[in-house]
Design a protein around this ligand. Structure first.
Ligand SMILES: Cc1ncc(COP(=O)(O)O)c(C=O)c1O
Length: 391
């Protein structure tokens, strides 16, 4: 299988981790040799309820017996998609009550950019330095990492970048701006939280000049930071909220939610302003609905803050310079990239899954399932600190 993997499946790097998976359950992934790996990454913040959660599996199985794909998005009334959109509306502040379901995070970002341009009649989009919003051409245009962007030029015009948490850069937002797109907590940059009410200041500036605030909650959203949506920690409210990853409970999804008034501009004059074949797919929407129900009806969201405490208490080590982030979105900052790679690769050997962050070479990612137990946290931290002892 290894040879076929490298020969037939397109690769993203020359050195993938290449663990060959047999099955996964709860907080563990098992390889074909029967080795168990405690998962501190959750498919990069996607498996919010762990692996093969019984409620998600049951919802999928029930839907499999009824129907799979029947029609492109938006034409037929399919209960899972309607119920999921309604449940999102019930948990979001007014007027965010109308959701467009798509197939991935980056697609949801693309949809939100189109919506902002269509609604405001403006073209300029402002995003943040070190932002990551996905890899299709529109989302890639929002990134400021020249080395990764340049080979794919030309990208979208009219993009500006401000510095996350910079008060003076807020002045870049003007009457020309259609939207400001920000991750609520910057992920790839190193789990950087907004400081000093910065998001609220950005929101106020957007309101003053008629620009929209789009918050990318694809990673922090759906319970990971002690609130259902990350922005609820920071006294602000977006005009469009974008979700994905953890919403799907292990299946591929993206969603952007706005007011009904705003969203209607995509379906009229001209109609078909945004279309997708598989968006809102009934099996995936059923999985997402079960995931969102479980996260909103259990103690999981509240527990993330206690679990954060547990991680912080068990990760006190001289080799850790700082632990950034909130809830179950934590980044350990080490001395240098070599130490980071050594920790991640040794941990994998010892049955603990950790991972890198995109733009912060000194960070080790810890984003476990929200369902991880206290015992699992403690046993993973023991492995991790023992590896740090050897650095
Ligand atoms: C903050 C953020 N936005 C957007 C995306 C893109 O989502 P997807 O990979 O589902 O297209 C990601 C994925 O890592 C992300 O972390």
């Amino acid at each position: 299988m290894q040879d076929d993997f490298f020969k037939y499946q397109a690769q993203t790097t020359p050195h993938p981790l290449a663990v060959e998976i047999s099955h996964a359950k709860g907080s563990y992934i098992y390889d074909i040799n029967g080795k168990a790996y405690l998962d501190f990454v959750a498919g990069v913040s996607a498996n919010s309820l762990g692996h093969c959660n019984a409620k998600v599996i049951n919802a999928v199985k029930q839907q499999l017996d009824l129907y799979l794909h029947v029609m492109v998005y938006g034409e037929y009334i399919q209960q899972p998609a309607v119920k999921l959109s309604k449940l999102l509306a019930q948990h979001l502040p007014a007027p965010l009550d109308t959701t467009y379901l798509v197939n991935s995070g980056t697609e949801a970002i693309e949809g939100s950019i189109k919506l902002a341009r269509r609604y405001t009649g403006r073209s300029e989009i402002i995003s943040a330095k070190n932002a990551y919003h996905g890899n299709t051409l529109g989302s890639l245009s929002l990134m400021d990492f020249e080395e990764r962007k340049k080979p794919f030029y030309p990208l979208l015009p009219d993009i500006k970048h401000l510095k996350f948490n910079s008060e003076s850069d807020i002045a870049l937002i003007t009457e020309q701006t259609a939207a400001v797109v920000l991750e609520t907590i910057q992920g790839g940059a190193g789990f950087i939280e907004p400081k000093n009410n910065w998001l609220k200041k950005v929101q106020d500036r957007c309101n003053a000049v008629g620009a929209l605030l789009i918050l990318d909650e694809i990673q922090p959203g759906i319970g990971r930071t002690g609130k259902l949506f990350g922005f609820q920690n920071y006294n602000c409210k977006p005009d469009i909220v974008v979700t994905g990853k953890g919403l799907g409970g292990g299946l591929p999804i993206g969603a952007f939610t706005a007011s009904n008034d705003m969203m209607r501009t995509l379906s009229d004059n001209p109609k078909l302003g945004h279309i997708t074949t598989f968006g809102g797919n009934p099996v995936i929407a059923a999985a997402a609905l079960a995931t969102l129900q479980e996260i909103t009806q259990s103690n999981l969201i509240k527990d993330t803050l206690e679990k954060e405490e547990l991680f912080r208490n068990h990760l006190q080590h001289s080799k850790i310079k700082e632990i950034r982030g909130r809830g179950l979105m934590l980044a350990l900052i080490l001395d240098n990239p070599d130490a980071v790679s050594k920790v991640i690769l040794t941990a994998q050997d010892q049955g603990l899954i950790l991972f890198w962050l995109l733009f912060e070479p000194n960070a080790v990612r810890i984003t476990p399932p929200l369902t991880i137990s206290n015992e699992e946290i403690i046993s993973g931290c023991k492995i991790l600190t023992a590896i740090l002892d050897t650095l």
